[in-house]
Design a protein around this ligand. Sequence first.
Ligand code: XUL
Ligand code: CO
Length: 440
Amino acid sequence: MTQYFPDVQKISYEGPDSTNPLAFKWYNPEEVVAGKSMREHLRFGVAYWHTFRGTGSDPFGAGTMPHPWAEAADPVTAAEQTVHAAFEFFSKLGVDFYCFHDRDIAPEANTLKQTNAILDRICGLAKQKQDETGIGLLWNTTNAFSHPRFANGASTNPDAAVFAYAASQIKKQLEIGKELGAANYVFWGGREGYATLLNTDMKREQEHLARLLQMAVDYAKKIGFEAQFLIEPKPKEPTKHQYDFDAASVISFLKGHGLDQHFKLNVEANHATLAMHSFEHDLQVASMHGMLGSIDANQGDLLLGWDTDEFPHNILEAAMAMRVVLAQGGIAPGGLNFDAKLRRESTDLKDLFIAHVSGMDTFALGLKIAAKMAADDFPNGFIRERYASYDSGIGAEIASGSADFESLEAYTLAHGEPVARSGKQELLEARLNQYLWQVR
Ligand code: XUL
Ligand code: CO
């Protein structure tokens, strides 16, 4: 069998002092942290589209990345070779999961029928490789945004025939997800949004989006596909205003359409920052509604206003993310999918491994830091204390709803000016830095 990465052996854990770029410094899959192995906590996944199909092209130039698996002239043979390359990569890296869109894993043909037949053939091979390796599908999803037919959206398209096409594609992907035992199924908005209200009936478009989601819920039930459904928020790109703007707007959309029981969120770091939120903010919003389902682990660039999808290497951000995940008791059946791509200038095949190893180490270290903080009740103890006035007396009356304006006025008249209490932000930041630098 052809090896696509002959120079790379199985990546192993060598510990924090190693200087080997092809070894883990922090990710030690069987090491137990806060009662579970790192592998159980982190549930890493590789994104098929970036890692095996991303070429490094940008609006100013062609692809720069070698893809030996895609060199076959015939696209179906290339797709089969890509499955082999992908499973070699997953096995050597030691991830337990992967994710794909229908159009990453198999090429589109002239008709939906032909396209679906090719998809079945390639996914049959993927199933065989899953069974051989024990590597599972974290989630699959539908690409209803690249083809020119989706230029004006999929379920929010003004043309009902395009809605029908998108629905047919999603129907097939739900069947594929069932076949491959996907743990989750993702809906990312693609081109569900608009550029100008001069040609857009926003209310109608959003109602159609809700219809599509309800149909997906109904069909999954009908075929017995039990994956967790996830919506992935993003505020802009490719449209100027994406409907699934951020965690808060997605949650209120789902609640407004009676869909919230059926969906959780797949929060992506770079999408949160494009919405002018921190990664941890959007994670926290989703989590406090019991709706944080999975994570697209990447990072953006503060100085660039688009989705740069860099591999995560920010330990502080990873620690803050894992703090939210630990507090809600874990991320399963979701996981951490590296929706991340190499920089266009990183052109060695080995860079794919180096980038994933660095991302996995970043989150493994983040997990250890977050676990140490949780064990010390930091900063939770401080936060609890900060709100302690609501645990008894007048505060408990406010929280329980038994206080009213008259009783609060009487309290204020009797007690006078409240005593100022410091929020201690600088103290907490300094303490946090101690965690970042001391955990090993
Ligand atoms: C696009 C993006 C997608 C989704 C899946 O910004 O993040 O790749 O993760 O469609
Ligand atoms: Co994503």
